[in-house]
Design a protein around this ligand. Sequence first.
Ligand SMILES: C[S@@+](CC[C@H](N)C(=O)[O-])C[C@H]1O[C@@H](n2cnc3c(N)ncnc32)[C@H](O)[C@@H]1O
Length: 310
Amino acid sequence: MVNPDAPASMTEEPTKSDIQHFWKTVYRTAYTEHDSGLTRDALLEAIDQLEDMFNFREHMATVEMDLSALAGLSVLEVGSGAGGHSAMFARHGAQMTSCDLTDVRAAETQRKFDLLGSMVEGCNAMQADAENLPFADNAFDIVYSNGVLHHTNDTDQAIAEVYRVLKPGGRVVIMLYCKNSFDYWFNFWFCRGLLCGAMFRSRNWLGHASEWIGSSEQKAVNPITRCYTGGEIRRMFTKFDKLAFRKSEFYFYLIPKLGRLYRRWQIKHYGTHPGGSIVYGEPWPIWSPLEHWLGKRLGWAWYISAEKKI
Ligand SMILES: C[S@@+](CC[C@H](N)C(=O)[O-])C[C@H]1O[C@@H](n2cnc3c(N)ncnc32)[C@H](O)[C@@H]1O
């Protein structure tokens, strides 16, 4: 059940504290159990599993990010969440600076660095807003951000900040949601938006329809979710050089109602991957080969890479 007192109604513009409230609630619901018992050894194993899962999924964290070339590079992760991606890059020798708007998430990222100890010396996490990054111009070799900038009020301003803090010739690797996708048009727009009437009740119907994870009851509403066409991505990254983007991530389980049945069958048939635990708080149901194939054509994620002009 969606909280009727939640912000982002037809008239309100969500505030930063609405955004923090949602992501804090997701963190507490989905991750606390997994993260609270984490030891150094368990974290190292979880990072290996995460890398294995990303390799299988051809995720941008192991494709657009060349892990073998990260050692010594200064990498900023914007919206590090619970810190799984940052910990993986740090383990490969990146000098990580990680930030997140939500304090508990920045703190959990820092705790993962602390657990890794001298192996990741110099890596730091802090609370910061993507739209107003507290870093000098031309500071980082790489800026990485997975599924974050479409949840903030001013995505163009956040991309301008990413450009500013990147060194000339530096690289961005960013995931934003894709409008030209099955998930958007069928699951969200048609089923939840039109058939269930969500789009007539709230300007933020896409936020209502997406982002809750775990099996417990939904206790907060996601204030902002946006998605973009390929043309919009080209416009948003126009200042950058060598722009490339591809689609990925297709999920039958997001089909309302039927998706739950599919997910049960999928887990029985293909199993789960333990690499999901550190980033979703639970093992990741393995894609069928069909979903993998469809992801490249109709997926819900754009994996974007580009360089700052020299
Ligand atoms: C879907 S989660 C992604 C977390 C992580 N990147 C991952 O892939 O696991 C979105 C994250 O974006 C963060 N976020 C939202 N708006 C932000 C902003 N303006 N600046 C920094 N982080 C933000 C939230 O706190 C949340 O941790």
